[in-house]
Write a protein that binds this ligand. Structure first.
Ligand SMILES: [Zn+2]
Length: 260
């Protein structure tokens, strides 16, 4: 483990329950989802609850073995709690909760093989970016502004808001603008919303229309469309897969702040 302040602890089920209760008191994520028609429908059959973990010591050790593969700057995330959720929770997608929790609906990859894959490390770095963003919001706001993004205080039209997919990693500050464009994740089928079936629309804040593909003036070469929903996602994608973006000007800017 060395001298790094970064340390992962996989929580026992009872501790995980308490950690999620504390998270909910901070971000009200489940309450917000419950109170919204599309977001509650999309999560109707998903159990958002901690799962029992066969050996938290084994998993804690597995996580801490890969600290050296994580960019140095992110080590200041410090103590990170890992909560293992039921496999269906939030559509099976890893995510974070405040103040320092990474939730994994599925750890079966390392359960069956004991081998830490590159894709597992990438996902961990991505989620760790979100924990770091929660802990150092001022630094990250500076990075986001440096690549063109500032928080947006306007209101999106009801016709878009009704189908907006909530994201636990951004729910505390969900709307940001780059130039005139405000990205909004929306359920593709508004009548049958599915968490994995989402696309990003771009609302033009001045003229009030939206487009369904990434506007040229905010495009970053190689970045998947799903990343544009929020500058937290854009930066998490770029930092967890730096080799893909090394030639972009945004990468050069991020690298001034985060030693990738
Ligand atoms: Zn993310």
């Amino acid at each position: 483990m060395g001298n790094s302040p970064l340390h992962f602890t996989v929580l026992e089920k009872e501790d995980a329950i308490q950690a999620l209760l504390q998270a909910e008191r901070i971000d009200h994520y489940l309450e917000e989802c419950h109170d919204d028609l599309s977001n509650s429908l999309a999560r109707l059959n998903y159990a958002y609850q901690p799962n029992r973990v066969s050996s938290t010591a084994y998993y804690t050790n597995a996580f801490n073995q890969i600290v050296s593969k994580i960019p140095k700057q992110l080590h200041s995330a410090g103590e990170v709690a890992i909560v293992v959720l039921m496999p269906s929770a939030d559509g099976g997608m890893p995510h974070t909760r405040p103040p320092n929790i990474i939730c994994y609906p599925d750890l079966s990859g390392i359960l069956h093989t004991g081998i830490i894959t590159n894709s597992f490390v990438r996902t961990l770095i991505h989620e760790l970016c979100h924990v770091h963003q929660r802990k150092f919001p001022v630094m990250w706001a500076t990075i986001f502004e440096a690549i063109g993004w500032i928080p947006w205080r306007g209101e999106i039209p009801t016709r878009l808001d009704n189908y907006r997919r909530y994201n636990p990693d951004t729910i505390d500050s969900s709307l940001w603008i780059h130039g005139e464009w405000v990205p909004i994740p929306v359920f593709k089928d508004g009548t049958k919303p599915v968490l994995s079936d989402v696309e990003i629309w771009f609302y033009h804040a001045t003229d009030g229309y939206h487009v369904k593909s990434v506007p040229n003036d905010i495009r970053i070469e190689g970045l998947p469309a799903s990343a544009y929903e929020h500058p937290r996602e854009i930066t998490a994608y770029m930092i967890s897969e730096p080799e893909q973006y090394i030639r972009t000007s945004e990468y050069a800017i991020i690298k001034k702040y985060v030693d990738i």
